[in-house]
Design a protein around this ligand. Structure first.
Ligand code: ATP
Length: 292
């Protein structure tokens, strides 16, 4: 079959997927103790939206990504990817989600690639699961063109520059034309030029309608995506939208203070919450002696 026919076949079928999290909890059960990695995440990501998940190390970002990809199942709460209820879904539905609907690029581009296959063969290999679910993905050259690697289609991953390798990892994640793309630290250890190339591909994917969720420590990646969601202590603590920062009120009524305020209001500080007539809400620390 010619590449052209393959391409035409699959123009149909690509549907951007949204994500809905309601009180999502994830507990890792270890021998003798449990780790609560997510403690009630509430988050809506619209189909076609680009979102950066940011926050301190160990906050639960990668865990949230693994839940969205169906690798982990929530311990409690509700999680939908598109129409699929990932708490109730059976193994076959989760398998289909992972084969067809969600593309994942793990931290460290090499982990996503087979070193002895060419770029084109890597993408073709990644399409096997989708094909076995009846999907006819585009020819690999089309996917490689999308990430600017068509000229390198016969190269092996070891022959690529770091930024190119990362873009090949994107191509592998995009191989089945998924509606949701999940990327863990895609710009880690890249120089500025390679990072810009990666950002440009992210922009193009967003413009094409793919929902993109990126875990990143890179402030510029967050800024480039338009919406940043800060995960702190296993829940959504803050959001940045179009350059404005907001704290997020949790379902228990709690609000994470911005870290710079924590120096002035350390844990245990007594505060009065004053609501002014003009709608302003103020935190007023208790006078000396009133603090613990
Ligand atoms: N497989 C696992 N088994 C047990 N605990 C885990 C496992 N994976 C993660 N954790 C713990 O869950 C919590 C959240 O980890 P996670 O990797 O999701 O955070 P993160 O925000 O992605 O961190 P980083 O930015 O360092 O990657 C941490 O306390 C971590 O030690």
């Amino acid at each position: 079959m010619s590449a052209r026919v393959d391409t035409l076949d699959t123009e149909v079928g690509f549907v951007p997927l949204g994500v809905t999290c309601r009180g999502v909890v994830l507990i890792y059960r270890l021998e003798g103790y449990d780790v609560v990695a997510l403690a009630g995440v509430d988050l809506d990501i619209a189909p076609g939206e680009s979102v950066a998940l940011v926050g301190p190390s160990g906050a639960g970002k990668s865990t949230l990504l693994s839940l969205m990809s169906g690798v982990l199942r929530p311990s409690a709460g509700r999680l939908h990817v598109g129409e699929l209820d990932l708490v109730r879904a059976g193994p076959a539905e989760v398998q289909r989600l992972r084969a067809v609907d969600v593309g994942v690029s793990l931290q460290g581009s090499a982990r996503n690639l087979l070193p002895y296959l060419t770029c084109e063969q890597n993408v073709r290999f990644a399409q096997r699961a989708a094909r076995s679910h009846g999907r006819r993905p585009p020819d690999p050259t089309v996917i490689l063109d999308d990430v600017g690697l068509l000229a390198k289609r016969r190269a092996e991953p070891g022959e690529l520059a770091p930024g190119e390798r990362q873009r090949l990892a994107f191509a592998v994640a995009l191989a089945a034309r998924p509606g949701l793309l999940l990327l863990d630290e895609p710009t880690n250890q890249l120089d500025e030029h390679s990072r810009d190339e990666v950002l440009e591909v992210l922009h193009r994917l967003h413009a094409a309608g793919t929902t993109v969720v990126v875990v990143t420590h890179d402030i510029e990646v967050g800024a480039a995506l338009g919406r940043t969601v800060t995960i702190r202590d296993g829940r959504v603590g803050a959001e940045g939208r179009r350059g404005e920062d907001y704290s997020v009120v949790g379902r228990d009524g709690s609000v994470h203070l911005p870290t710079e305020l924590l120096d002035r209001l350390p844990p245990g500080t007594l505060v009065k919450i004053a609501s002014d007539a003009d709608g302003t809400i103020r935190l007023v620390p208790a006078l000396e002696g009133g603090n613990r």
